[in-house]
Design a binder for this molecule. Structure first.
Ligand SMILES: *[C@@H]1O[C@H](CO)[C@@H](O)[C@H](O)[C@H]1NC(C)=O
Length: 481
């Protein structure tokens, strides 16, 4: 999938990729990571805001509740954004949808920027919801645009750009959240409002680029406009072949009607891969990764580290995430999906169990706190090895073209739902049972490992016909999921 050949690459295509990916993936990663560092500052602010408004301080429970809602309502927004992707991409186009989506980013930035001034934690919660919608739409629209403007030999490589930019911007957001940057009691609203920056960039850069030629040709039936767009993107007038290929693809797609939501659940040869895809998404989220990404700074504080050391550790974690994401894109072609998924989950299980022991023993010796930093970083490395990217590979590989869109939208919704559950539940449960919360992840990981081992087929090197044949056999051979 990672194609090293750069035939077909040119400056204009590069510009269009940057306009879409930096403008959108950056937005997505930034908001995944940004809330981590200032979490306790925001908690303090909510507390004093409550006092200003009603002369009553928040107790621990209601403060945790407010923070958890603020963190996790983002996922509800994401779910809605994901569900709107189909409508936006067909009605406004890929480029049009992306441009329009920036309105959500600006609205969220305004709410973030002024919530402190307005003494309103409702505003910050609303802002997280709105930016969630934006991120959900970005996660659907940008990869679609990227894959549709890429020449065939670069599709794999350009397809991975989105994920890579997400991890880089998670890291960037965490650096910006340092105390020396914007992570201070006065500046954290600016830190959150900075999400307007990629939107400004995209509004300047993307209008220069053309709409997706595939959308123009297939959805809008505007052959001349499609050809003009393709000519721009390829920086060449010689686009007749590719226009022909797109037409053929459109004709072929018309012959096989796409699978409906009901059919995908009722037809056993489709239901089995669907259940597998959904389980892999649930495994990705309930592995505990977002507990770590959202709350790592707080975990370090619990382990007894100073704030500065905790934030530095968070940055080391972000850097490893970027490196391992790059490494896994290469490994996935070498070792296969199932192997990497199992290896990653198993590593995470061992790691989170050790993290639990460290948190239990943190008062015994100070080096134990530092060992917990290593464990959190290894946890992220293990996640990036397999569970971070494999579920997305599997969804596209387990289904034929006509079922792929329906299956992906169900998988995306499952992913956001699972992320929401972790975001909402982690802090309150941690407050109630302390480090034992990590034993829940140990148990869940054990279940996911068992399921993956028993039910997930290896898809590496197999054609879609071979993969579908596996499910036909298990659907009608009595070995159902
Ligand atoms: C809120 O602030 C007050 C006064 O500084 C403090 O006593 C109380 O513990 C704080 N509440 C929380 C949940 O941090």
């Amino acid at each position: 999938m990672v194609v090293i050949s750069i035939r077909g690459f040119n400056a204009r295509l590069g510009f269009a990729v940057a306009a879409a990916a930096l403008g959108s993936a950056f937005q997505h990663g930034y908001n995944l990571g940004v809330i981590n560092a200032p979490l306790s500052l925001i908690g303090d602010w909510m507390n004093s805001t409550s006092y200003d408004r009603s002369e009553e301080y928040l107790n621990e429970t209601s403060q945790t509740m407010l923070i958890s809602i603020m963190v996790s309502i983002y996922c509800i927004g994401g779910m809605i954004g994901g569900a709107l992707t189909g409508f936006f991409s067909e009605r406004f186009g890929r480029k049009g949808g992306l441009l329009l989506n920036n309105a959500f980013a600006f609205l969220a930035a305004i709410l973030f920027g002024f919530c402190k001034m307005a003494n309103s934690y409702e505003m910050i919660i609303a802002a997280r919801f709105v930016i969630g919608i934006n991120n959900g739409l970005n996660a659907g629209l940008a990869p679609m645009y990227l894959s549709e403007i890429a020449p065939i030999n670069l599709r794999g490589a350009i397809g991975t750009v989105y994920q890579l930019v997400v991890t880089i911007s998670i890291l960037f957001s965490q650096i910006m959240g340092l105390e020396g940057a914007l992570g201070t009691p006065d500046l954290w609203p600016v830190l959150l409002a900075l999400t307007a920056a990629p939107a400004v960039f995209q509004l300047i850069a993307l209008p220069i680029c053309p709409e997706s030629p595939k959308y123009l040709l297939i959805t809008k039936d505007e052959a001349v406009a499609a050809q003009r767009a393709l000519t721009w993107l390829r920086d060449s007038n010689n686009v007749q072949d590719e226009m022909g290929e797109m037409r053929n693809e459109a004709e072929a797609a018309k012959l096989v009607p796409s699978v409906s939501l009901r059919e995908i659940f009722s037809n056993p040869t489709l239901r089995i891969p669907l259940v597998i895809s959904m389980m892999m998404m649930i495994a990705q989220q309930l592995s505990g990764i977002n507990a770590v990404i959202f709350f790592s700074t707080k975990i370090y504080q619990t382990a007894g580290l100073s704030e500065e050391a905790a934030l530095n550790a968070t940055i080391a974690m972000g850097s490893m995430n970027v490196l391992m994401t790059i490494a896994s894109l290469i490994m996935v072609e070498k070792f296969g999906r199932k192997t990497l998924m199992l290896a990653g989950l198993f590593g995470m299980l061992i790691d989170v169990f050790l993290l639990f022991i460290c948190l239990m023993l943190k008062d015994v010796a100070s080096w134990i706190s530092y060992f917990s930093i290593v464990l959190v970083i290894v946890f992220v490395v293990m996640f990036a090895t397999g569970p971070g990217s494999i579920p997305w590979f599997l969804v596209t590989e387990l289904f034929a073209q006509n079922a792929r869109a329906t299956a992906s939208s169900i998988a995306v919704a499952t992913n956001w739902t699972a992320a929401f559950i972790v975001g909402l539940g982690f802090l309150p449960i941690q407050e109630a049972i302390g480090p034992y919360v990590f034993l829940i992840f140990v148990a869940l990981l054990a279940c996911f490992i068992f399921f993956t081992w028993k039910k997930v087929p290896e898809t590496k090197g197999k054609s879609i016909d071979e993969i579908t044949a596996i499910f036909k056999q298990s659907a009608y051979g009595g070995n159902s999921v």
